[in-house]
Ligand binder design. Structure first.
Ligand code: HEM
Length: 512
């Protein structure tokens, strides 16, 4: 919870304002809710909500309460699901009522993320925006962008070889270049380019403001009307600043794309450029708004998630030299040493595919998914699930269940036995559920494959060194928020050969 509005303020607001949204009756209905930690009057379980790596805490809670748990935040029901079966029974099989999104007052109304289809309620506006994106990023269209993904992966590895301390900034830049190029036809100039830095900030803010429990106003909506001079109103100032960031992140690249279609600077094909061209200047304001916010969702959806998975890759490789060596042997045997791997080689590289599936399993970038919301009362195996409940599938737990994935904390690509159906089971969880399933999955896999295969074909990935020249091993520790990243760790890349380095240099200077 943010400092500016503490739990004490919450009590005061709730008690003195007479705005108790919470009905703490012990009716039969409430008795049939899924089990969960004991609630206190008014605040429910607020005081027990974990601040760090909540997916691990909920995983522990599951041992006591089972595969489906109920948590109460100021009267708002949170249903946390640890069981894959229950998650698929509800979110996939009953997707007609489990595809809504929670209405975050802070994120949606006050900051403005409500315009993006990621947070749109399940309905017509969401459907139209999603259709725009699903077409452009579906499996059939994904190959259009392979050469771009490969080229940026080559430049990424070349640059990190030169300066290993640039790993994080290079990953941000190269993944940013890819997603902004395919969304708006704009090629980012540098890591300080506002067309990149503004969306990155918007994504940090998205991740924070959509983690349930970070803003009290989400649970006491009337607080949005408190005067700005009152103590505890700091969130209103934050919302105003963050709103401008979302707006700029969404409209500036779109306006650039539109304007430069005429000058010819807009690189085609790209999501917005395609639609603007096809509409021949006849787009209504409503259609244009939908396109802008759909594009903004794509950019947001494709930035931090892919970055997180790429960083997990480097971390896992430092910790597992055996896996690296095996992957390099596969690449040498299948691709050879005279060229770099391409995304088309993927079908002949089962061990690299297994590494990618294992990245998604070991550390899903969105470990608790993006919360869904239940649009009508439901009953599942005798437990009552109330309309409006936030449904939070604990994907991290499902992918670390030792019954399904023995020794889950080990990075062990062999666990899939080269079986793509087993790998898909992981992706079916990492990329979400039902009608909200990630529309960027194929595209994301292409980017990650290009980075993984290029790095392993050309370099050994080694631990970074501290000031005394001692190796520093990364720790398996992730940042809080809806989208999570491994905590910073140093890395070194060592070229596997002069030939590998020459191939990288050659590929990264080729014109797109
Ligand atoms: C490693 C990469 C990625 C991961 C792990 C990932 C994961 C997810 C997850 C878990 C969701 C929520 C699904 C749900 O609510 O059930 C989601 C939604 C979404 N993703 Fe991705 N994603 C990735 C990359 C991408 C890319 C590259 C794009 C864009 C091309 C994208 C665009 C979106 C959009 C627009 C949504 C919202 C869907 C909706 O609400 O209907 N994602 N993603």
């Amino acid at each position: 919870m943010t400092d500016d509005l503490s739990y004490t303020t919450l009590f005061a607001a709730a008690l003195f304002g007479g705005i108790l949204l919470y009905n703490y009756s012990s009716s039969d209905r409430k008795n049939k809710l899924p089990p969960g930690p004991r609630r206190l009057p008014i605040i429910g379980n607020v005081h027990q909500m974990p601040q760090e790596e909540p997916w691990k805490v909920f995983s522990e809670w599951g041992k006591k309460y089972g595969g489906i748990m109920h948590v109460d935040i100021m009267g708002q029901s949170l249903v946390i699901i640890n069981s894959t079966k229950i998650a698929t029974d509800l979110l996939d099989r009953r997707s007609n009522i489990y595809s809504d999104r929670p209405h975050f007052v802070m994120a949606c109304d006050l900051i403005g993320y409500g315009e993006t289809f990621v947070l749109q309620p399940y309905g017509d506006n969401w459907r139209k925006q999603r259709r725009l994106v699903a077409h452009d990023f579906g499996q059939a269209m994904a190959p259009r962008y392979h050469s771009l993904q490969e080229k940026e992966a080559r430049i990424l590895v070349r640059n990190v070889l030169k300066d290993p301390s640039s790993l994080v900034s290079q990953i941000k830049l190269r993944i940013g270049i890819i997603i902004i190029r395919v969304t708006y036809g704009y090629y980012i100039q540098s890591e300080n380019d506002p067309i990149l830095t503004t969306p990155l900030t918007a994504m940090d803010n998205f991740s924070f403001s959509t983690s349930p429990g970070n803003f009290l106003v989400d649970f006491i909506p009337i607080l949005r009307h408190i005067p700005v001079w009152m103590p505890g109103s700091g969130f209103l100032k934050t919302a105003k600043e963050w709103r401008k960031i979302v707006w700029d992140a969404s409209w500036n690249p779109y306006d650039w794309c539109k304007k430069n279609l005429e000058t010819g600077k807009t690189l085609m094909p790209n999501l917005c450029g395609n639609f603007i061209s096809e509409s021949c200047g006849e787009m209504t304001q409503d259609e244009e708004d939908k396109l802008v916010w759909a594009a903004s969702s794509v950019m947001g959806g494709g930035l931090d998630t892919n970055m997180s998975s790429a960083l997990t890759f480097y971390m896992a490789m430092i910790l597992n030299p055996r896996v690296q060596a095996k992957a390099q042997a596969e690449l040498d045997a299948v691709v050879g040493k005279d060229r770099l791997p391409t995304i088309n080689d993927r079908e002949n590289l089962p061990y690299i595919r297994s590494i990618i599936a294992e990245i998604f399993r070991y550390s899903p970038a969105i470990p608790m998914c993006i919360p869904h919301a239940l649009s009508q009362d439901d009953v599942y195996e005798g437990v009552f699930l109330p309309k409006g409940a936030l449904i939070m599938p604990n994907v991290w737990h499902m992918l670390h269940d030792p019954e399904v994935y023995p020794n889950p904390m080990e990075f062990h690509p062999e666990r899939f036995n080269n079986d793509d159906a087993e790998m898909e089971k992981v992706k079916d969880l990492t990329f979400g559920f039902g009608r909200r399933f990630c529309p960027g999955k194929h595209f994301a896999e292409g980017t990650l494959f290009a980075i993984v295969a290029t790095t392993l074909a050309t370099c050994d990935i080694l631990p970074g060194l501290d000031e005394n020249g001692k190796e520093v091993m990364p720790k398996y520790k992730y940042t809080p928020g809806t989208i999570t990243f491994p905590e910073a760790f140093p890395v070194r890349l060592r070229p596997r050969s002069a030939q590998a380095q020459a191939l990288l240099a050659e590929a990264s200077t080729a014109i797109e």
